[in-house]
Design a protein around this ligand. Structure first.
Ligand code: 5AD
Length: 338
């Protein structure tokens, strides 16, 4: 759907519950037409909470005094093996911008994963790197890259990030990734400090124009030890409306029901699916490091094993009439007539 054909102001602000229900129903129906009643699972492996950046919202920013860890290659491969046994065919390696993970180290890890699990996709979510680094990682076998743009408004960006970070460089990374043949994901937090209806509309316009393969959005949740520790969390309702609008704008987009939504509400992920989401990213990280990857307060990190978590997610999906196939869940180029 064309962005100009949607009344974004109305959809984001109306207090008419029927209008909101219709929005969700339309988005869910469109998701079903493109992808069926199928939810793709990705195994999330949080490889490091070291970060050279100092983003004002983030619980693993450089200045936060917290215990730092990084996983070894063996630990990462073990997580993949566990995930593969559980039916995952995509592994998402996520972490802070940690200089220890040089191109050499990362390329070796990516190549090993692709060698051991040739039927799997590897997604990286490791922040900003140079074009040459992205190229080498792509050549080593990485299929996808997630890098939220965070906000499409340059002056809003400057209020969320320290002066040494650049809006232009972040956007440049996204275009480089696309150019190098990655499936690219971007996204933003809902309810981040200083966000307005106007900045949100810029986010939607950027996404409609860039047409990423994936869009990750979730509510902002305050994180202890950060400058935004006392700010209010973003709204679940607004997040769900934005998910639905994103589905209408990009019918074929891969849209995760993010952990941040699940953290704020026990059925947050189910509600996201009812609003058009079609991806869930359960955590495959080792038990003892999960709590340390605390990008925000009370992040869902169950005490249960990955196997139990996945069984629980599959059961919950089945209960609402969805299956989660053993599949890489690649982006599907839309073939809808109309
Ligand atoms: N609340 C919600 N999301 C956050 N992220 C970072 N800090 C927070 C927070 N406090 C998101 C950012 C980042 C992604 C990995 O997590 O959008 O890109």
């Amino acid at each position: 759907m064309n962005i100009s054909s949607l009344d974004i102001d109305y959809l984001l602000t109306t207090s008419d519950p029927t209008a909101v229900d219709n929005l969700f129903a339309e988005a869910a129906a469109l998701r079903n037409r493109v992808y069926g009643r199928t939810i793709f699972l990705r195994g999330l492996i949080e490889i490091s909470n070291h970060c050279r950046n100092n983003c004002l919202y983030c619980g693993i920013r450089r200045d936060v005094k917290t215990q730092r860890y990084r996983l070894s290659k063996e630990q990462i491969l073990d997580c993949c093996q566990t995930g593969h046994n559980l039916g995952f065919r995509t592994f998402v390696l996520q972490g802070g911008e940690d200089a220890w993970f040089t191109d050499e180290v990362l390329c070796d890890i990516v190549a090993d994963i692709k060698h051991r699990f040739p039927d799997c996709a590897v997604t990286l979510s490791l922040g900003e790197r140079g074009r040459d680094s992205f190229r080498r990682l792509r050549e080593a076998g990485a299929d996808r890259y997630l890098l939220r743009h965070e906000t499409a408004d340059a002056s809003h960006y400057a209020l969320l990030h320290p002066a040494e970070m650049s809006f232009e460089h972040r956007m440049q990374c996204l275009y480089d990734l696309r150019d190098l043949g990655y499936q690219v994901g971007t996204g933003f937090m809902v309810g981040s400090p200083f966000q307005t209806l106007d900045t949100l509309k810029k986010d939607l316009a950027f996404i409609a124009e860039f047409h990423p393969d994936m869009v990750g959005i979730g509510p902002f949740i305050p994180a202890d030890g950060t400058p935004f520790a006392n700010r209010p969390a973003g709204s679940i309702d607004l997040t769900l409306r934005l998910l639905a609008i994103l589905r209408l704008l990009l019918p074929d987009v891969l849209l995760p029901a993010t952990t941040a939504l699940g953290t704020l509400h026990p059925s947050g992920r189910e509600r996201a699916i009812a609003a058009g989401a079609n991806v869930i990213m359960p955590n495959l990280s080792p038990q003892d490091t999960r709590a340390l990857y605390s990008i925000y307060n009370n992040k869902l990190s169950t005490l249960s094993e990955a196997a139990e978590t996945v069984a629980d997610i599959r059961a919950r999906l089945l209960a609402i009439g969805f299956d989660a196939p053993i599949d890489r869940g690649d982006h599907k180029k839309m073939k809808l007539e109309n």
